[in-house]
Design a protein around this ligand. Structure first.
Ligand SMILES: [Zn+2]
Length: 57
């Protein structure tokens, strides 16, 4: 996972996510170029899955 994050760090990525576990998400993305854009809550399960998919690539 760390290796893939290194690769991702060269690619600007933006993830839209609600405030739920925002601190946790920020820590997850701290060493990447992935930007978190806060949005209203509602679809955060889908959005969390998006984050997981990005991190898994
Ligand atoms: Zn939420």
């Amino acid at each position: 996972m760390a290796r893939s994050l290194q690769v991702q760090a060269d690619v600007p990525v933006t993830v839209v996510s609600c405030d739920c576990e925002q601190d946790k998400k920020k820590k997850m993305l701290a060493n990447t170029n992935i930007k978190l854009i806060p949005c209203e809550c509602g679809g955060h399960k889908t959005l969390a899955k998006m984050v997981a998919d990005v991190l898994a690539n």
